[in-house]
Design a protein around this ligand. Structure first.
Ligand SMILES: [Mg+2]
Length: 256
């Protein structure tokens, strides 16, 4: 990490779960690191698979310039009057139709009765999340069968450690990061790749590592590296939020 050159970067895309949070919690030193970066004029943009309700809280209360949520389905920004602006990948109406179709297809599956939606489903605007390992346990073979059936229906299914996330559309974390770069910062994809650093912890951050050469993984990414095609350029020695603090410390030391 000491050798990492932040160059003229001014934007930080950061994953949230297990990158900012440590064992599920946002620790004071990590939250302070977000503030220290923001006070040094780094535009911090969390990029999360988390639900819209969670993103609404983040943009209102954290020192961030924007937030990308539900795996790239939308971003929220805030103007000088603190008014929020939502920007969806497709139209809001189209996402609503797609989400209703996914829910109806899931409910009509043979396993329908045994499928439990995530507790935060009412706070999702695009994504549909099936709980297989959060408050409800599902057998691995049943999870695999549900995934296959949904993929055969033309949906995109991503498996996190707790949920199956189902959506329709060709967005991901990095395609929305590029769109945000153009719309909020007026940067082309090439310019954004030069100006932005990204940090993450898991295979679902691969699209970001692939797009942004100045990429960092927190130490808990190490067990996943063998299965990943696009790996971060550097890995911190500390895990989760501690690794994020290391990135902030090095970046701020180079700005002085
Ligand atoms: Mg994560």
């Amino acid at each position: 990490m000491e050798q990492f050159d932040f160059g003229t970067a001014t934007i930080l895309f950061t994953d949230v779960d297990d990158t900012l949070t440590t064992d599920g919690q946002l620790r004071p030193e990590t939250y302070q690191a977000l503030w220290r970066l923001a006070q040094a004029n780094v535009a911090v943009v969390p990029v999360t698979g988390g639900c819209a309700g969670w993103c609404d809280q983040i943009i209102r209360t954290w020192p961030v310039s924007a937030v990308i949520g539900e795996g790239g389905a939308f971003y929220i920004s805030k103007d000088a009057d603190k008014k929020l602006h939502w920007s969806f990948w497709d139209t809001r109406e189209q996402h609503k139709i797609d989400q209703a179709n996914i829910i109806s297809d899931v409910q009509s599956m043979a396993e329908g009765d045994g499928i439990v939606f995530a507790k935060d489903q009412p706070f999702r605007l695009v994504d549909v999340a099936i709980d297989y390992n959060q408050d409800h346990r599902m057998a691995p073979e049943q999870v695999a069968s549900i995934m296959l059936q949904l993929e055969n229906l033309g949906y995109r299914v991503k498996k996190s450690s707790i949920h199956l996330n189902i959506s329709k559309g060709n967005f991901d974390k990095s395609t929305m990061a590029l769109r945000l770069g153009e719309q909020l910062f007026g940067l082309t994809a090439a310019e954004l790749s030069q100006q932005a650093i990204c940090i993450g912890d898991a295979p679902n951050d691969e699209s970001m590592f692939s797009q942004f050469p100045q990429s960092v993984g927190v130490a808990n990414i190490v067990p996943h590296l063998d299965t990943m095609t696009h790996k971060p350029a550097y890995v911190t020695s500390e895990r989760c939020g501690g690794g994020f603090v290391q990135l902030a410390d090095h970046w701020l030391s180079q700005l002085q």
